[in-house]
Design a protein around this ligand. Structure first.
Ligand SMILES: Cc1ncc(COP(=O)(O)O)c(C=O)c1O
Length: 458
């Protein structure tokens, strides 16, 4: 079939360094932003889009690993739209899949067969996904998982970890900012709200802990287990420094949640389909009770899944836990997910994503050494993080305070000025259509940026 290889080969043939064209002008974007600010709050539709350089930018097209802004700058894309474009932008197989169902209707307020096809596929790939429901995004899928856990255990609180992002809704919008002096002691953190307007009392729904410390989790549970319905964790702390779990941490969570009869929830919104087709639970061999998938599932179309073991999901099947949504499972969304997963199922795809990611990580480490810089490159390969820091390893959220933020930011901006687009906080994503040539070009541009930074005072 060759869904994955053909566009990637085409991309290799087409790719020339001059494809990345940077004019360093954002005049048209600036004008659109001014116009946009009059009608869209802050000029954007998601908070994170504000943080581009030199301001929120407007884009007009994207194909494969390239994205073009309205001023004609073409970037080699490592943001992959915050993760979803794992098979590249505008993948022809995904678009064909969507097109083939569009003319037959879009949304039926009823079931259609493709939903079963998708659920069967996820059931085959994801170790713990015996039953599932589809939603529109990661944030609502997370809330569904918490609701199921509460209903089954008849307990109210959950344990979550500092620096883990589980969406923007009230009970998880805490503990995401570094505010020295206000964070409390490491062993009993104070959760700092991320935003105004959070419902009073939502901080009573959780206990927050530092990540990667199983002894502290166990001590906390020894005291509080009769209040706790679930532990929710990103299996890799992708949102704050791309920190891998310490050996046996995830297994430790599995054992302790089993002992107390509470749910272990993996938030696989980033790790799902990226670390393996079956997510981080397959990669690390630890089966949660419930897990949540979104980003890389459907090439940017809004679909997510809450999946789990039958004994937990049965509450939804029996309507004891309500899960609903007018737009859930619209035909195009399911088709986009099927198309994306079919590309990812091509043999060797994940091996390739890992290989390219590791090549890029090692290349960045090499040029950092060559230029005498302290760039810390940390992660798995399919996604990783860069920032300047004297530590050899970031282990938990509080360690992020060691990053030299202004310099890390200037590195990302310097890369952007050389046509390499990376998420502002230093997160890089690899797709199945990146090639060795793209990776080596990015390393070259990183070296150039590092040399420039060397001569600055930072
Ligand atoms: C780990 C994790 N969980 C949940 C979410 C929320 O997903 P969404 O933005 O689709 O609501 C995100 C988004 O970045 C995420 O990274």
């Amino acid at each position: 079939m060759g869904f994955g290889r053909s566009p990637q080969e085409k991309e290799t043939q087409r790719y020339k360094m001059e494809k990345v064209t940077i004019r360093l002008e954002h005049e048209h974007s600036a004008k659109l932003l001014e116009r946009s600010k009059k009608v869209l709050a802050g000029g954007v539709s998601s908070e994170f889009r504000k943080f581009n350089h030199p301001h929120a930018l407007f884009y007009e097209s994207a194909s494969g690993v390239h994205i073009k802004d309205v001023d004609g700058n073409v970037y080699l894309d490592f943001t992959l739209s915050q993760g979803p474009m794992i098979v590249g932008h505008s993948h022809p197989h995904v678009l064909n899949r969507i097109e083939s169902c569009m003319s037959k209707g879009q949304l039926f307020a009823g079931q259609h067969e493709l939903e079963i096809e998708l659920a069967e596929k996820l059931n085959r790939h994801i170790p713990s996904a015996e039953m599932m429901r589809f939603c529109l995004d990661g944030s609502t899928a997370v809330q569904t998982a918490l609701r199921i856990a509460r209903a089954k255990t008849k307990k109210n609180k959950f344990i979550r970890f500092e620096g883990h992002y589980h969406g923007w809704l009230d009970n998880v919008s805490w503990g995401l900012t570094q505010d020295e002096g206000n964070m409390g002691e490491r062993h009993s953190p104070l959760a700092i709200p991320w935003t105004e307007g959070i419902a009073k009392g939502s901080q009573d729904e959780f206990i927050i802990l530092p990540w990667n410390d199983i002894d502290l989790v166990n001590q906390t549970l020894a005291q509080h287990h009769d209040e706790i319905a679930a532990i929710i964790t990103e299996p890799i702390m992708c949102n704050s420094g791309c920190v891998l779990p310490e050996p046996d941490f995830l297994q430790g969570l599995r054992e302790t949640t089993e002992k107390y009869g509470m749910a272990l929830i993996f938030d696989e919104v980033i790790t799902g389909f990226r670390t393996a087709l079956g997510g981080a639970q397959q990669y690390y061999g630890v089966k949660p009770d419930l897990s949540v998938f979104a980003k890389a599932m459907a090439s940017g179309f809004p679909i997510s899944a809450i999946a789990g073991k039958k004994q937990w999901m049965q509450l939804v099947a029996d309507s004891r836990v309500i899960h609903a949504g007018t737009m859930n499972s619209a035909c195009a969304l399911i088709a986009a997910a099927l198309g994306t997963l079919e590309v990812l199922e091509e043999s060797g795809t994940h091996e390739r994503i890992f290989r390219l990611g590791k090549r890029l990580m090692q290349g960045l480490e090499r040029v950092s050494q060559e230029t005498g810089q302290n760039l810390l490159v940390q992660g798995l390969g399919p996604m990783f993080h860069t920032g300047f820091c004297d530590l050899k390893k970031i282990k938990e959220f509080r360690d992020l305070r060691h990053y030299k933020q202004p310099k890390s930011k200037m590195f990302i901006q310097g890369l952007q000025q050389r046509g390499i687009r990376v998420i502002g906080r230093g997160l890089w994503y690899i797709s199945s259509v990146h090639t060795e040539e793209h990776i080596d070009h990015a390393i070259l541009m990183a070296k150039d940026t590092l040399n420039e930074l060397k001569s600055s005072d930072l």
